[in-house]
Design a protein around this ligand. Structure first.
Ligand code: GLN
Length: 400
């Protein structure tokens, strides 16, 4: 009998441009070379033991079966109360808040729930690498504009600002969604109230919805303050608000976050969510609901992380790197082009590979936040680490 080989039929990729996400690639490279991993954004210190015992208690109390599709009532109400207290917007916990398997799932599901084939979605680059593939899977068309880097007389970046002229041009009657991210990964830029007002002016007579990625909402430093989309009633009426317990409570591996949106948007979100993940693990939700009752756990984060940023940036200031502003998130970006080593001429991706394999410190190339890599000689370090880890990394970087 004729033995035909077992071949997988050819099919076209839904995401032909996409490889493995840079965060996974750099973490794997760091592990392979035993480098200190300041690449992918996650803490290397333990979460509060109280949170672990709350989850244990929930498991022992047999909260181990499917929770409601939208998330457990206690957690949705806790989230509604937190948003109301901090940002003054009263989301209905029953109809307007859904617990997700992390921020990235919330983003993907929000995009799939409102973007139809051919719809235009505006993003501002550098942008988190999941936005564009999520838009692609929905069949949408990404319109990318670039954040403005403001420079001093020595060409050093001292701040970032929103490209208002380009944003105004990008928003058309056909625009379905605008994705914003504040505090911003990787630059730490924080939207101000005046920025939200200006965005409201641009969208007022359009049907554009907004997705506001605010997963770093509790990591804002110096004199800056987080301005949530929820604090702006006019924008909140057309926005998905995304946040992450993983970021806030140092448990990125638990993959629990939430999305808040007006009921009409949340109805559509839930239609997709139920067939995307259906539900999010039950005991973690009970643990988080109990832990969320004490606001100190998130209100203490700015000073906790600002101390880490200051420790790390003071150490980096003694190296040849040029520091960029780091007013928020747990990332410090630096420019390496003024280093007096031949590697200063490498592309950002090659520089990060070299830094990981030869110096033993992993970082993320900021070019990975662009569809067509823009080379500005900037890489991102994550400072959500124990002081010992930051010290060890600084020691390896000090001769650069
Ligand atoms: N948001 C995190 C970062 O920017 C990583 C999340 C992920 O790896 N998917 O590093």
């Amino acid at each position: 009998m004729d033995q035909s080989p077992l071949l997988t039929p050819a099919f076209s990729s839904r995401l032909p441009e996409v490889g493995t996400t840079v965060f996974t690639v750099m973490s794997a490279l760091a592990a392979k070379h035993q480098a200190i991993n300041l690449g992918q954004g996650f803490p290397d210190f333990p979460c509060d033991q109280q949170l672990i015992s709350e989850v244990n208690t929930a498991m022992l109390a047999d909260h181990n079966q499917y929770p409601p599709m939208t998330g457990i009532t206690e957690l949705r109400h806790g989230v509604a109360q937190k948003i109301s207290a901090l940002y003054g917007h009263d989301y209905n916990a029953e109809t307007e808040i859904t617990i997700t398997a992390g921020g990235t799932q919330g983003i993907m599901t929000a995009i799939l729930s409102c973007v139809s084939p051919g719809d235009e979605v505006v993003i501002i680059e550098p942008a988190y690498d999941s936005y564009r593939p999520s838009i692609d899977l929905a069949g949408g068309k990404t319109i990318a504009i670039s954040l403005i880097a403001n420079r001093d007389e020595n060409a050093c970046v001292h701040s970032y600002s929103i490209p208002w002229d380009n944003l105004a041009k990008a928003i058309k009657p056909t625009t379905r969604l605008i994705v914003i991210n504040t505090p911003h990964n990787p630059t730490g830029m924080v939207w101000q109230i005046a920025d939200l007002d200006r965005l409201a002016d641009l969208v007022r007579n359009t049907n554009a919805l907004i997705l506001s990625d605010e997963v770093y909402e509790h990591m804002v430093y110096d004199s800056f303050a987080h301005q949530s989309i929820a604090s702006h009633p006019e924008l909140a009426a057309r926005s998905f608000l995304i946040s992450s317990f993983g970021k806030t409570y140092h448990v990125t591996g638990w993959k629990v976050g939430y999305v808040a949106a007006p009921v009409a948007m949340m109805n559509e979100f839930r239609k997709v969510h139920q067939f995307n993940v259906f539900t999010v693990n039950t005991p973690m939700q009970y643990g988080l609901a109990s832990y969320l009752k004490n606001p100190v756990h998130y209100l203490s984060l700015p000073s906790f992380y600002q101390a880490k940023r200051d420790f790390f940036s003071q150490g980096l200031a003694k190296t040849g790197f040029t520091l960029l502003p780091a007013p928020a998130t747990y990332f410090q970006c630096v420019n390496y082009t003024a280093l007096s080593i031949p590697q200063a001429k490498l592309s950002e991706a090659d520089f990060c590979s070299w830094l990981t394999t030869e110096i033993g410190v992993a970082a993320i190339p900021v070019s990975a936040f662009y569809a067509k890599p823009v080379e500005s000689g900037v890489i991102r370090f994550c400072f959500a680490k124990k002081e010992a880890t930051l010290s060890a990394a600084l020691e390896r970087l000090q001769n650069l």
